[in-house]
Design a binder for this molecule. Structure first.
Ligand SMILES: *[C@@H]1O[C@H](CO)[C@@H](O)[C@H](O)[C@H]1NC(C)=O
Ligand SMILES: *[C@@H]1O[C@H](CO)[C@@H](O)[C@H](O)[C@H]1NC(C)=O
Ligand SMILES: *[C@@H]1O[C@H](CO)[C@@H](O)[C@H](O)[C@H]1NC(C)=O
Length: 379
């Protein structure tokens, strides 16, 4: 009798996780690129231009979108304030976490400067160095009391926080930018994954226990890739995306998932959730019309061309016309009716829809809801 019960319990493990209480994460520490940058790059290299931020913040807010990003909806969903960018020295409040993501960040260090290639110098190892320093110094500064106590997290928050990761897309596009073939890019993916793994282990060593890891999206569905890379008609998939480029993203994700499975074996005390953002983004594109978004590749904020995207005149570009500065890459009338904000990033409406898909764990392995991502799942 007992053994039958035990067996049932084992079979129903995800359900047994569901019977556990919410994690009540007191903080979120995020690592990533523009998909989750809430102002890191802007703080250092200058604010992204209008009309970024128009829909929700009503002015540029360090985000490549008309409004909130997926990480903003995650913070809201956990009942926490939006994450302050670690690099921002004005108006920040880190009591509930920090955001190390910057637009253009890669996992690996790049051999070019941001002025040459556009990739951020704040690669994932640098983000980790910032986090490690923050963990130590925030505690020293808190001891000064007063306002510092309310701006910096208590020690316990580091071990009970949710650690979120959304990075890797730029490691793939960096190769394309150097004119590498998809095969050449695939060859270096294992090195990228291995450097990602190192950072997860390092955060664990500093006390991090709950990890929420997004895989990478279908870059072959980005107007930016479809417009700037040579793609033959035979390479276009049934939903209009560039097949070979998505193939590399899928290869990256396969390797990332293998790495996560290995990490679970090594870090017994860690709860690691792998979230299939690729499938969420792809299904958004595939169902665009049904969901009321129309053409999934028509860019809201851009200038001309097949997709209303011109790499030399990206969202917010201005030009002097008869002595007057004119915004030539402006927002469409209704950003909530589009998926692609600027050819690379998503509109707030698309981000909100993505959040609705991932919050309950439907795209996660193990399939636990966001609020329960602290519970360890033995597979
Ligand atoms: C940077 O250059 C070094 C030395 O040639 C090389 O090993 C490394 O892979 C390069 N990194 C990237 C991201 O291309
Ligand atoms: C920092 O944010 C927390 C949470 O929103 C709030 O309770 C606290 O008062 C803030 N501190 C300051 C100095 O604004
Ligand atoms: C890649 O190819 C394009 C088009 O041929 C060329 O303009 C560009 O300079 C090349 N980039 C690199 C890094 O070789």
């Amino acid at each position: 009798m007992l053994s039958v019960c035990m067996l049932l319990l084992l079979l129903l493990l995800p359900i047994s996780i569901l019977s556990l209480p919410d994690c009540n994460f007191p903080a979120v520490f995020n690592f990533g690129d523009s998909n989750s940058d809430t102002g890191g790059l802007s703080a250092v290299f200058g604010q992204f231009p209008p009309p970024n931020g128009d829909t929700f913040f009503h002015s540029p807010a360090g985000r490549h979108s008309d409004g909130r990003l997926l990480i903003d909806f995650i913070a809201e969903g956990l009942g926490l304030p939006y994450l302050s960018p670690f690099l921002d020295s004005i108006g920040t409040n880190f009591s509930h976490g920090a955001n190390y993501a910057t637009s253009g960040s890669t996992i690996r260090r790049q051999n070019t400067t941001i002025f040459q290639s556009g990739y951020s110098p704040i690669s994932l190892d640098v983000q980790y160095a910032e986090f490690s320093d923050f963990l130590k110094r925030s505690q020293i500064i808190r001891e000064k009391g007063d306002v510092f106590k309310s701006l910096l997290p208590e020690k316990f928050k580091f071990s009970s926080a949710l650690y979120t990761f959304d990075i890797g897309q730029n490691d793939l596009t960096a190769g394309y930018k150097l004119n590498m073939t998809t095969e050449q890019v695939k060859l270096y993916v294992p090195d990228v994954i291995s450097q990602f793994t190192t950072v997860i282990k390092n955060v664990f060593a500093l006390g991090g226990r709950a990890f929420w890891i997004h895989n990478t999206g279908p870059v072959g569905c980005l107007p930016y890739i479809m417009d700037t890379r040579p793609i033959t008609a035979a390479q276009v998939d049934p939903h209009g995306c560039a097949g070979p480029f998505n193939g590399v993203s899928q290869y990256f994700n396969k390797k990332l998932k293998e790495a996560v499975i290995q990490l679970r074996k090594e870090l017994h005390l860690a709860a690691i959730t792998y979230v299939d953002i690729y499938s969420v983004k792809y299904s958004l594109i595939a169902q665009a019309k049904k969901l009321g978004f129309g053409d999934p590749f028509l860019v809201c904020c851009g200038h001309g061309g097949k997709y209303n995207f011109n790499n030399a005149r990206r969202c917010g570009t201005t030009e002097m016309v008869k002595g007057k500065e004119i915004l030539i890459a402006n927002s469409c009338k209704d950003p909530s009716s589009r998926i692609s904000w600027d050819g690379i990033h998503f509109t707030e409406a698309a981000n909100r829809w993505m959040y609705s898909q991932i919050a309950d764990g439907a795209f996660s392995d193990p399939p636990v809801p966001l609020k329960m991502a602290c519970h360890i799942h033995k597979s």
